[in-house]
Ligand binder design. Structure first.
Ligand SMILES: O=C(CO)[C@H](O)[C@H](O)COP(=O)(O)O
Length: 216
């Protein structure tokens, strides 16, 4: 039987199906919450043009249910992107990347008109940073970037054994209390060797669905 938290994730994901418009291409995130969204998309198979996927994992799921997976370079701007998050603050700013798909997720978010974020209530926080902040780095720059992240006040830990879909490494930065997410996103983006930081602050979500309901 599905536990209570999974049920809440599923409710959020299913609610997001209301935002899918016929004849369009849908941006699809990654993770256990989005998996329910993908399952629900099966009913739209014949009514959407296809999906742009943020990971090999989501691509496999989309293909399993017969949804064409399209190249973002061929689709242009997307009307909708649906994805989960690891943390969400009251301004719809997010920490993402628990599933190591942050780079492709951020690219799709940037290319989308509406970013609908689907979470369960446990992921709502006042200040981001309780969840270790994922940073995707070029492998040879890992130690250098880690030292720069220490200088910014964090405690980076290498996600040993994980290689992203782009062939890179992940550092999870602990002990951050992120009072200015836009400034920190900018600062980390400027470190040489960083591919992407999992702070989605400059481009936050547009709609947040928590436990099956839109948050006001
Ligand atoms: O950012 C992500 C993957 O890179 C996911 O959206 C995030 O980790 C949430 O995942 P889940 O829905 O499994 O809790």
């Amino acid at each position: 039987m599905m536990d209570a938290r999974e049920a809440l994730k599923k409710q959020s994901a299913e609610r997001a199906l209301r935002y899918v418009e016929e004849g369009t291409v849908v941006g699809v995130g990654t993770g256990s919450t989005v998996k329910y969204f993908i399952e629900g998309l099966a009913d739209f198979r014949d009514r959407i043009e296809g999906a742009v996927s943020s990971s090999e994992q989501s691509t496999a799921l989309l293909k399993q249910i017969g949804i064409p997976v399209l190249d973002l370079n061929a689709t242009g701007t997307l009307p909708l992107y649906v994805d989960g998050a690891d943390e969400c603050d009251p301004h719809r700013r997010l920490i993402k990347g628990g599933g190591a798909a942050l780079t492709r997720e951020k690219i799709i978010a940037a290319c989308s008109q509406r970013f609908v974020c689907v979470i369960d209530g446990a992921k709502q926080v006042d200040i981001l940073g309780g969840f270790p902040l994922p940073v995707e780095v070029i492998p040879m720059a890992r130690s250098y970037v880690a030292r720069q992240l220490v200088a910014l006040g964090g405690q980076p830990v290498w996600r040993d054994g994980v290689t992203t879909d782009n062939g890179n490494a992940i550092l999870d930065v602990h002990n951050l209390r992120i009072v200015d997410p836009v400034a920190l996103e900018k600062a980390i983006n400027q470190i040489v060797g960083v591919v992407t930081v999992g702070l989605f602050a400059a481009r936050a979500a547009d709609v947040v669905i928590v436990d099956g309901k839109e948050r006001g």
